[in-house]
Design a protein around this ligand. Structure first.
Ligand code: SF4
Length: 403
């Protein structure tokens, strides 16, 4: 019987010497599988909802693996050599590695609201997208840093716009209309609104919050808004006064040398400006309602990363750690995604610290930290339902037991 095992290593060694793996993966094994699928992608033999281009979960399929929400590269260069294959089954999907069915999966159908249009003829799909059960939109699809020396190298905010898949600016009224439809027709449970940065003192926070307020008032959905640290911290109080539930203020990396290379404008504000903004935001929104993206695999020092994450957790900030998914058309489009072997020890140490501090994936009311699909962190949390642990047997007894 195997408990806290390394799924991929065990699978590979068992396969090499002709043994067979049977039973269901335990929760720890599912975590390793999810991280491996996020790193290596999925070949897809079945139709599923996926997101192409742009920011967020780009060029990714969105599915539930053993009940966990997951975004994973599909239909791109990362996934074409993946050992994992998604197949349609009578009831849902299965993920296969060779002959072995390693997990069950569920994918969402195309959201119904995508086929609606506003009175002036704009497709709802160009206004907001559904990421599994979370409605997401970039309310201003331009950024003061895009196309100049300050552009974040991992970002794809201009890519969707150039492709014609979205519009440059969404109004609060449009977003409110789409949110009501997404909730009623497709079961959206929250809304995540982000924006490109402006050069104003609020960095775009006031407008994205105004959109969030309209969404919340019309649909009743909890809302997260995301923005850069405003030059005046009182702007964060204004966002709170508008009834927003959660905020994302994204440092992207705790390693200052990497930040200077990948996000020059953010580096110029300095990592300490993020800690100052988070402190104010936690005072306004509460512990666990403030989060930051931390992208892994951009050349950062893991120890600096873990130390930064722990400091954020101590403040009440959820460090939403994700592997780099290179966006086609971004300045990092040719970077590789980090391997599971790289991200897993970082996730495990950060998750253990969060657990100790009483923070988990259920804390956030809305946003990326509520959804969790782009990260492997939530899969590491102890699961309520126990699953039959994985067993390895030699091929003969396996065949005998199944004959
Ligand atoms: S600040 Fe945000 S939107 Fe602007 S380039 Fe950086 S990641 Fe993209």
């Amino acid at each position: 019987m195997l408990d806290t095992m390394d799924y991929a290593q065990v699978y590979e060694s068992a396969e090499a010497d002709g043994r067979v793996i049977s039973g269901q993966l335990g929760s720890w094994d599912i975590s390793s599988l999810i991280m491996d699928v996020q790193a290596r992608g999925l070949r897809v033999e079945a139709e599923m909802e996926r997101r192409t281009g742009g920011a967020g979960p780009t060029d990714s399929g969105m599915l539930w693996i053993e009940g966990y929400p997951v975004t994973a590269p599909t239909g791109n260069s990362t996934s074409q050599d993946s050992p994992y294959l998604l197949k349609a089954e009578d009831d849902g999907y299965g993920i296969y590695r060779g002959m072995l069915r390693v997990a069950s999966a569920r994918a969402e159908r195309r959201p119904r609201f995508y086929d609606l249009t506003t009175a002036d003829g704009i497709s709802y799909e160009k206004i907001a997208l559904l990421h599994l059960d979370s409605l997401a939109s970039t309310v201003v699809q331009t950024c003061a840093y895009w196309g100049n020396a300050d552009q974040c190298t991992f970002c794809g905010i201009g890519v969707s716009l150039e492709s014609g898949r979205t519009i440059v600016k969404k109004t609060p009224e449009m977003l409110a209309e789409v949110a009501v439809a997404a909730k009623e027709l497709d079961g959206a449970v929250d809304a995540t609104l982000t924006t490109g940065s402006s050069r104003g003192v609020d960095r775009g926070a006031r407008y994205v919050a105004k959109c969030g307020q309209a969404v919340k008032e019309a649909s009743g959905l909890p809302v997260e808004v995301q923005f850069e640290p405003p030059l005046k911290l009182d702007v964060i109080n204004e966002v709170g006064d508008m009834g927003i539930d959660s905020v994302g203020i994204h440092v992207e990396t705790f390693d200052p040398q990497v930040l200077a290379r990948v996000a020059p404008a953010k580096a110029a504000s300095g990592i300490e400006s993020y800690f100052a903004a988070w402190e104010r935001a936690v005072a306004v929104f509460g512990e666990g309602q403030v989060s930051t993206y931390v992208i892994l695999g951009m050349g950062e020092d893991p120890e600096i990363t873990i130390a930064g994450a722990k400091r954020a957790i101590d403040l009440g900030v959820y460090p939403f750690m994700v592997p780099l998914k290179p966006v086609a058309g971004s300045l990092m489009e040719n970077w590789p995604s980090p391997s599971r072997e790289y991200v897993e020890p970082i996730y495990r140490r950060v998750q253990a610290y969060m657990s100790m501090r009483g923070m988990d994936a259920t804390t956030a009311k809305a946003g990326c930290a509520r959804c969790q699909a782009c990260s492997g962190l939530a899969s590491l949390e102890p699961r309520k339902n126990s699953i039959t642990p994985l067993q390895i047997t030699d091929r003969q007894s396996f065949l005998k037991g199944n004959s």
